[in-house]
Design a binder for this molecule. Structure first.
Ligand SMILES: C[S@@+](CC[C@H](N)C(=O)[O-])C[C@H]1O[C@@H](n2cnc3c(N)ncnc32)[C@H](O)[C@@H]1O
Length: 457
């Protein structure tokens, strides 16, 4: 028995201990498979030798790709660029002096100070709200959270904004219009809303240097920034689905709002970024034959390499599109200054509260009328090339407040049987207790509801 972070854990060998602790959480992510990675690996290893490559078809935060990266060839597929960026950093890590000294160069360049000077009034006003005397003025804090978006102010400065906020926004707009090299992506889209302006401006300074870096470093530098943004973002649950709601249902300021701001908006972007750079670049033992594909799963299945014999598929199962939760990461990656989605209400154009990209991806798996066809294509294309398909499924747990699934397990099993001669359902419960101890630190205290459909011919 070993004591790790205060827990007593049974490790069968030192090697397992090291392997498990190499796989880390990259971003705060809904439905990450981090907790059941060793269960997935047990099933995969039982089915095939390590010469057989695996396709992580809906790679998301990259946990499965990362877990197999030192043992067998991995092809990581996702339609979202942020996922590709994280997977590239995990599957093709680089480490040298350039990465080690990157943060020092950003600091020495003066870009951070320059950004902060251009936005001085806004940064100072927000800092007073978070840390100064005015932090006790909850109305002013609510007003800031509701009307401080620069993207919105660039269309029209909100008449409802407090006087000091209006002045600060007008001064920031003048700065943006200076036409300097930096177009202030993070400050424009996320400043005041998801990050403090200071944090967003530091992210923007880092982006300038990522853009200047040699292409061989870009994914790693950007992935570390995505992980940082995910740690720093000032929302409930660390996603980008909804900015904080500063008022209760009666319109009164919530009592904890000042503390929530203080906690997240004082997080040090550079320090967190430096530690993420270390985490990504210090990975060792990664094989050098992996691939990352930015495409729809159907296209990927049509063009997989011959040495990929297994497909691990973890598609979305609820009506919530992943793109709604992670649009902020997608925009930081694409750096494409997207249009923000809006709707018409009361004769006025209203920007979406979450400031979503208007082109955000809508997955067929999340749409009731399209999901059956999407699964049919998944089964048909996997079976046609004679590959083994492992499909993840987590049943709907009403008690935990989970969202209903778009398709039911029974439906999936009977559809799978139309294409595969052998369909089996495995759960971590099928594995012995000692394996569970080793496999997951949480499994003993939590009921595991994850399932794997093993489909082969
Ligand atoms: C449940 S998440 C995967 C989580 C992942 N296994 C992990 O541990 O982080 C589903 C992923 O499917 C991707 N996705 C949705 N529709 C897709 C499609 N048509 N083609 C490729 N990827 C898609 C989403 O972008 C999302 O990253």
């Amino acid at each position: 028995m070993k004591s790790i972070m205060g827990k007593q854990i049974n490790f069968s060998s030192r090697q397992n201990f090291e392997f498990e602790f190499k796989t880390f959480r990259t971003i705060h992510y809904l439905g990450s498979k981090l907790r059941i990675l060793d269960f997935i690996k047990e099933v995969v290893d039982e089915l095939s030798s390590t010469e057989v490559g695996i396709c992580d078809l809906f790679a998301g935060s990259g946990s499965v790709s990362q877990h197999f990266s030192s043992e067998r060839k991995v092809v990581a597929v996702d339609i979202q660029k942020y996922s590709n960026t994280i997977c590239s950093a995990l599957l093709k890590p680089s480490q040298d002096d350039f990465i080690d000294s990157f943060v020092e160069r950003v600091k020495a360049s003066g870009d951070i100070e320059r950004n902060l000077t251009i936005f001085e009034e806004l940064v100072r006003f927000e800092d007073k709200l978070i840390n100064g005397k005015v932090s006790s003025d909850l109305e002013l804090i609510c007003n800031f959270l509701e009307f401080s978006s620069l993207y919105s102010a660039l269309i029209s400065v909100p008449s409802e904004a407090s006087m000091p906020l209006k002045k600060a926004l007008i001064s920031a707009i003048k700065g943006v219009n200076l036409g300097v090299e930096n177009k202030f992506l993070a400050a424009t889209y996320f400043g005041g809303v998801y990050f403090s302006y200071k944090q967003a401006l530091i992210i923007d300074a880092i982006l300038i240097h990522i853009n200047k870096a040699d292409s061989k470093y870009k994914d790693l530098l950007l992935a570390a920034l995505l992980s940082t943004a995910s740690d720093v973002v000032n929302t409930v649950g660390k996603q980008f689905a909804q900015p904080l709601r500063p008022r209760d249902k009666n319109g009164n300021p919530k009592s904890g709002i000042a503390n929530q701001l203080k906690k997240d908006r004082n997080l040090d972007v550079l320090e967190i970024y430096q530690s993420w750079l270390g985490k990504y670049s210090k990975r060792s033992g990664v094989l050098n034959k992996h691939k990352v594909l930015n495409m729809d799963y159907r296209e990927a299945l049509d063009s997989l390499d011959g040495d990929i014999g297994l497909i691990y598929a973890d598609p979305p199962y609820t009506r919530d599109h992943y793109s709604r939760f992670y649009h902020g990461l997608e925009t930081l990656c694409l750096m494409d200054y997207p249009e923000v989605s809006s709707s018409k209400g009361g004769g006025k154009i209203q920007l979406s509260r979450g400031l979503y990209r208007s082109d955000r991806h809508q997955s067929d798996f999340c749409i009731k009328s399209k999901a059956p066809r999407a699964f049919k294509d998944l089964f048909e294309k996997s079976a046609k090339t004679n590959r083994t398909l492992l499909l993840s499924y987590s049943p709907y747990d009403k008690e935990k407040g989970a969202h209903p699934r778009v398709v039911e397990l029974d439906f999936l099993i009977s559809l799978a049987k139309e294409y595969f001669g052998y369909v089996d359902v495995k759960s971590p419960g099928n594995f012995s207790h000692s394996k569970l101890n080793r496999a997951d630190l949480h499994l003993q205290s939590e009921k595991v509801s994850e399932l794997l459909l093993v489909c082969r011919n």
